[in-house]
Write a protein that binds this ligand. Structure first.
Ligand SMILES: C[S@@+](CC[C@H](N)C(=O)[O-])C[C@H]1O[C@@H](n2cnc3c(N)ncnc32)[C@H](O)[C@@H]1O
Length: 414
């Protein structure tokens, strides 16, 4: 088996940078990135500038994934991608089967997997995925697991907050690994207990250590018993009826979902990296907050109790607590959002080392918070879009650790 990846929803290449930093053996055979509704494809342009000469880009790479024929995608060992949390429910279309909502990107991943069946799939999503939607907790993740199960994959997931393992950003994301039943690794996992898999010997638990938990705290649901027909999971039934309290770690194997709440144990970085470690010197005056803006910033960051009127017309008090202003530089950065850099409560504000003035982060600092090389997005896009791309991206040095483990697994396949 080759160390090849296919990167969907590639953005500015977070997975690719993370994998290729882990070993020179990794080769990206195909990638796709398309910003819906935008004439200027800044993220793809950034990707192209960095990777064009190394391959993995063709005429389908900057196309809406909905339009890409799956059989035009080269074979690969690992399909990777970060995709949005959307409504994954399906409706019956009579004799034709089932249909998901238009524009829901999970169905594009599913379509590609049906044709390509890569041995491994590594996906990233927000932590909210496990609880969505509010009206039927866990349904959406249940649908994802069921689709993967029907294609012959076992699944392992973990919610990982990068900072809890020593990285520079408090970014909490759900990582999902699907392993095809044709692999040696599938067999290896099948031969250990669920407890061992989730405690220390599984994919995520062997990289990101967790504190000991009791076997009794694992809870499960028998999907094959409750939601199957003719030996396959019935996606329509799952969409209509499935609800489950997913915890932050778990696995699907042999027809059953098992889940448990885990607590991180030890850093994998040498020490905790904090916001102060990545700040630049000699920062341009344009990033400093002006005196005129200070009142607005103080308001945005401060505690509030505001009377509002709901859609139904009743009045209520909206409250939010204050957040650190400026941000603590002896702690990891908060989660970076796509609105970073704009006048917004969630934008980081720091005290400039040299001038003592308050300022927003520079685009380079945002790249560092995600572990990208300096000036990665300085490829012709506007500054606003540089911040936006970093709000969308991954903590790439965390991905490097995941890629290291996958490298080992692929060696074992050979
Ligand atoms: C969460 S971001 C992934 C960011 C990426 N992991 C990175 O490190 O930069 C999702 C990406 O999917 C892209 N996207 C959204 N809809 C798409 C579609 N229909 N086809 C292809 N890409 C799409 C977005 O433009 C965005 O860059």
């Amino acid at each position: 088996m080759e160390h090849t990846i296919c990167e969907l929803f590639a953005g500015v290449g977070g997975f690719r940078v993370g994998f290729e930093n882990s070993s020179g053996d990794w080769r990206t055979v195909w990638s796709n990135q398309w910003e819906p509704g935008k004439k200027k494809q800044y993220a793809f342009e950034c990707y192209r500038v960095h990777f064009e000469k190394y391959g993995g880009i063709d005429m389908f790479s900057n196309m809406d994934i909905n339009q890409v024929p799956a059989d035009c995608i080269p074979n690969h060992s690992v399909l990777v991608g970060g995709f949005p949390c959307q409504d994954y429910s399906v409706a019956s279309t009579g004799a034709r089967g089932i249909e998901g909502k238009k524009g829901v990107l999970w169905w594009e991943i599913n379509r590609i997997l049906k044709v390509k069946r890569p041995p491994f799939v590594l996906l990233e999503n927000v932590d909210r995925l496990l609880k969505s939607p509010a009206s039927q907790r866990g349904r959406d993740f249940g649908i994802i697991i069921s689709c993967l199960a029907n294609l012959g994959y076992s699944v392992e997931w973990r919610v990982i907050n990068a900072a809890e393992y020593g990285f520079q950003q408090r970014r909490r994301r759900t990582f999902i690994l699907a392993v095809h039943n044709s692999t040696n690794y599938y067999e290896e996992i099948d031969n250990i207990s669920v407890y061992d898999q989730l405690q220390s010997r599984g994919f995520f638990s062997s990289i990101f250590n967790v504190e000991a938990f009791s076997e009794k705290s694992i809870h499960s649901i028998n999907m094959m018993k409750k939601f199957s027909q003719l030996d396959k999971l019935d996606i329509l039934m799952v969409s209509d009826k499935f609800s489950f309290e997913f915890n932050n770690a778990g696995t699907y194997r042999n027809g059953k979902i098992y889940t448990v709440n885990t607590t991180p144990e030890s850093l994998i970085m040498d020490c905790q990296v904090v916001l102060g470690d990545i700040l630049e010197k000699h920062v341009d005056e344009k990033y400093m907050l002006s005196d005129d803006e200070m009142e607005k910033w103080t308001y945005l960051k401060g505690p509030k109790a505001i009377e509002r009127t709901s859609k139904e017309g009743h009045k209520y008090i909206f409250r939010e607590g204050g957040i650190a202003f400026p941000d603590y530089i002896d702690r990891p950065a908060r989660t970076m959002l796509t609105s970073e850099g704009s006048k917004n409560r969630s934008t980081h504000v720091v005290k400039d080392f040299e001038t003592g003035k308050l300022r927003i982060l520079t685009p380079v600092e945002c790249e560092r918070i995600n572990g990208f090389p300096d000036d990665w997005t300085n490829t012709g896009m506007t500054e606003r879009f540089r911040y936006f791309c970093m709000g969308n991206a991954l903590v790439v040095n965390l991905i490097t650790h995941i890629a290291g483990k996958l490298h080992e697994i692929i060696e074992f396949e050979n």
